[in-house]
Ligand binder design. Structure first.
Ligand SMILES: [Zn+2]
Ligand SMILES: [Zn+2]
Length: 177
C-alpha cells in the first residue's frame, strides 16, 4: 500500500502545489512536468529567446552606429593638449636656463673686468712712481695668463654645462583597452 502510494506520488508534476500527473520531461529544466507546466516552460523559453534576439539586435545596432571618426577626434584633441602642455614645459625650462646662463656670464665677466681695472691702476701707479720688482711683475703676469685662459673659455662657451637629451616616458600616454 505504501509502495503504491509513493509510486502514485512520484507521478505527479514536480511543480509545487500542482496536482496534475507528469506527462513529459522538460528539456530545459530536466524536470517531469504536467502538460500545462510543460507549455508554460516552453512559452517562457520562447519569450526569453525573443528578448535575447532584441538585445542582440540592439547591441549590434550600437556597434554599427558607433561614430568612430568622432571617437578618434576626441582622442586626438586630448593628446594635442598634452603636446601643447609639454611644449610649454620645454619653453619654460629653455627660458629659465637661458636667463641663468646670461646672469652667470655677465657676473663672471663683470668680476674679471673689475679685477683688470685694478691691475691697470696698479701698473699705472708702478710706472708713475717707478716702483715694482721682479716678483710683482711675475705675479701680475701669472694673473694675466689666468684671465686670458678664462676669456678663452668664455669665448668658446666652455662652461660647466651638461645638457642631456629629453627623456620622454612612453607611459605618459596610455591607451587602456
Ligand atoms: Zn522546464
Ligand atoms: Zn504541473
Amino acid at each position: 500500500m505504501d509502495a503504491a502510494n509513493s509510486q502514485s506520488m512520484s507521478e505527479k508534476c514536480v511543480i509545487d502545489n500542482c496536482r496534475h500527473i507528469q506527462r513529459a520531461l522538460c528539456k530545459c529544466c530536466k524536470q517531469d512536468l504536467c502538460y500545462q507546466h510543460l507549455w508554460e516552460h516552453n512559452d517562457s523559453i520562447i519569450s526569453q529567446l525573443n528578448l535575447l534576439k532584441n538585445e542582440i539586435h540592439h547591441v549590434n545596432y550600437r556597434f554599427k552606429t558607433l561614430n568612430i571618426p568622432e571617437i578618434i577626434k576626441a582622442f586626438q584633441k586630448q593628446i594635442k593638449q598634452w603636446r601643447i602642455n609639454s611644449y610649454i614645459i620645454i619653453d619654460r625650462l629653455y627660458d629659465q636656463k637661458r636667463q641663468e646662463f646670461t646672469e652667470y656670464i655677465e657676473e663672471n665677466v663683470g668680476k674679471q673686468c673689475e679685477y683688470m681695472d685694478q691691475l691697470q691702476k696698479q701698473i699705472d701707479e708702478f710706472i708713475e712712481i717707478e716702483d715694482g720688482d721682479q716678483q710683482e711683475i711675475k705675479f701680475i703676469k701669472s694673473n694675466l695668463n689666468d684671465i686670458n685662459e678664462k676669456i678663452d673659455r668664455i669665448e668658446k662657451a666652455i662652461c660647466p654645462i651638461t645638457i642631456l637629451p629629453l627623456a620622454i616616458d612612453e607611459h605618459s600616454i596610455q591607451i587602456n583597452c
